[in-house]
Write a protein that binds this ligand. Structure first.
Ligand code: GCO
Length: 256
């Protein structure tokens, strides 16, 4: 019998922002494993080049998309460049993000703004440019990366919490306006993951013990554990899934 794989992404092009390492890289690999051509994005050209060549070495079909997701002119230029090259972004993963930990009473407005620009406004900017093209084609998948802090606050990460709460609502706003154009916008909410961004937390024995105690799975998540959910949301099996945030968190958000 000739069965087709409903999760197959062959022929699709996926742009993953902030994908030279961490969660973005793991998600990109997952989409690539499912057959997608990858557009790897970041601002550090050297690191991006290294990631692209190692991905190519592993057999992935990769192009570089070096632009700053916080800079509107660069985002617009990048999409104009895709248009010129005949590249259609079928799948967009808004993953780029930074963390800045400081108690709010000491927090500088500049750093508040920087975290919001990188973690939230970027998803609007890149999302808008991608969705203009997706709407014209009547097809597109947008996956925004949320967080446990899309729902719950944690002391010292206020701007991140506000940005990730915003990501949850931006995802719903995208669904509200773009679902009729054949675009599905959803989000993934990772739990505590083993990434460079979380290095200071992972290396803090008290925090490490707290994560393991607080998470029903009793461990940190591995970046590659997001891949399956990303593939699902990017695939045709999720064509009627809209505006959702799916937590991949070892059960943390569901328990006290
Ligand atoms: C923090 C971390 C966060 C978490 C993530 C959990 O300081 O709390 O850096 O990024 O890992 O938000 O979902």
């Amino acid at each position: 019998m000739n069965r087709t794989n409903p999760f197959d992404l062959t022929g699709r092009t996926a742009l993953v922002t902030g994908s030279s390492r961490g969660l973005g890289l793991a998600i990109a690999k997952g989409l690539g494993d499912a057959g997608a051509r990858l557009l790897i994005n970041g601002v550090n050209i050297e690191r991006l080049d290294e990631t692209a060549s190692s991905l190519r070495g592993e057999g992935y079909d990769v192009d570089l998309a070096a632009f700053d997701v916080t800079d509107e002119a660069s985002v617009i230029r990048a999409f104009a460049d895709f248009d010129k090259k005949g590249i259609a972004v079928d799948i967009l993963v808004n993953n780029a993000g930074i963390q800045y930990r400081k108690p709010m009473l000491e927090l500088e407005t500049e750093n508040w703004q920087r975290v919001l620009d990188t973690n939230l406004t970027s998803a609007f900017l890149v999302g808008r440019e991608a969705a203009k093209r997706m709407a014209a084609r009547g097809y597109g998948k947008i996956i925004n990366i949320g967080s446990l802090t899309s729902e719950l606050a944690r002391a010292t990460v206020a701007p991140y919490t506000v940005a990730k709460g915003g990501i949850k609502m931006l995802t719903k706003a995208m669904a509200a306006e773009w679902a009729a154009h054949g675009i599905q916008a959803n989000a993934i909410g990772p739990g505590y993951m083993l990434t460079d961004m979380n290095e200071a937390l992972i290396n803090d024995p008290k925090f490490d013990a707290w994560v393991k105690g607080r998470t029903p799975a009793r461990r940190w998540g591995k970046p590659e554990e997001l891949a399956g959910t990303a593939v699902f949301l990017a695939s045709s099996t999720a064509d009627y899934v809209n505006g959702q945030i799916i937590y991949v968190d070892g059960g943390m958000i569901s328990v006290l």
